[in-house]
Design a protein around this ligand. Structure first.
Ligand SMILES: O=C(O)CCC(=O)C(=O)O
Length: 320
């Protein structure tokens, strides 16, 4: 088998068209000098207290919603850690009466996490960024008309628009990332594969990065965190990434029921109503709060109710 092609690195000063060209061909690209050293320092100082005393993930910590050992056992993850984001827009026109109304989607954060791999952390299985459930809309492009229980990451590629994606991953290196300390593995070109093709370890290459570089991947491109094989005393032993996932802004409820319903009213609602209004997680764990808990867990906790989740107390007490 020919050796897989490497992940291309382009400097942040390169024109966006050039960066897009590589992403369209490979499904991902490393952008060097994405974050200035000052901003990176600021981000690290803000996140560091949340890593202190944090437990390491164990194989059952995500309730198997994403498959077994989706998150590397031996990794530390801090949610949420909002950063900046870029994603491609989606344009479409639909008739209102006889007027063709042009529409252009925006983007929004899907999830933010700071991920640290300490020596001994295990490799993650190769996967696509997931999941966002796609309803069946007639107005969707044909490659997106699928049954409701299929996931965005299973979309078939659109040869006329390889950049189309419902999700984008941006993994910003907050430390040096190396083959030894668990750099992300990527399979360039896998964003064009159908959902019937399984990723093989030998098809993946390591995206080694300097601090401040960022690996952008389309949601459909296979990638994974790797094992951290460093010695404890290695100066680059710990690998830290700021993971920022983006999604199209139309994949959500038309009316945000959770924010529209006063919490004291929501607390009186029966389970079936809470389920359809969005207080439970969807397939694949979509709609989680903090460390993959369902919003309903917080709704009924008077000490920890919705709106108080971002408090220092919740985040640093050794929670995963
Ligand atoms: O840790 C990494 O290198 C990749 C993380 C990732 O892809 C994920 O958690 O979904």
């Amino acid at each position: 088998m020919a050796s897989p092609r490497q992940v291309v690195t382009l400097d942040a000063s390169e024109p966006l068209e050039k960066i897009n060209e590589v992403i369209a061909r490979d499904g991902g690209v490393i952008v060097s000098n994405f974050l200035s050293s000052d901003l990176l320092k600021e981000c690290l100082e803000a996140i560091e207290p949340h890593f202190i005393g944090r437990k390491l993930y164990t194989s059952d910590a995500t309730h198997n919603e994403l498959g077994k050992e989706f998150f590397s056992p031996g990794s530390q993850r801090v949610y949420p850690s909002i950063l900046r984001l870029t994603i491609y827009s989606d344009e479409f026109s639909s008739y209102t009466g006889e007027t063709l109304v042009p529409q252009k989607s925006g983007y929004m954060l899907n999830a933010t996490t700071a991920i640290r791999l300490v020596p001994g952390a295990k490799a993650q299985p190769l996967h696509r960024v997931r999941p966002v459930a796609i309803p069946r809309f007639e107005s969707f492009p044909s490659y997106l008309t699928m049954s409701q229980d299929q996931m965005a990451y299973q979309i078939r590629p659109d040869p006329t628009n390889p950049l189309f994606t419902v999700m984008v991953g941006c993994l910003i290196a907050a430390s040096k990332t190396t083959v030894k300390n668990g750099a992300t593995r990527v399979i360039p070109g896998s964003h064009l594969w159908g959902s019937d093709r399984a990723p093989k370890p030998e098809e993946a290459v390591y995206a080694e990065m300097e601090p401040g570089s960022a690996l952008f991947t389309l949601g459909s491109c296979f990638h994974a965190g790797s094992a951290n094989l460093s010695e404890e005393n290695d100066p680059d032993a710990s690998r830290t990434l700021f993971a920022v996932f983006g999604q199209r802004d139309y994949f959500r409820q038309h009316q945000d029921e959770v924010l529209s319903t006063p919490i004291e009213v929501a607390r009186t609602l029966p389970e079936d109503i809470l389920k359809i209004t969005g207080y439970y997680k969807a397939v694949g764990g979509v709609g989680y709060v903090l460390n993959h808990q369902a919003p309903v867990e917080f709704l009924h906790d008077s000490n920890n109710g919705i709106g108080k989740l971002g408090s220092q107390q919740t985040l640093v007490n050794g929670d995963m």
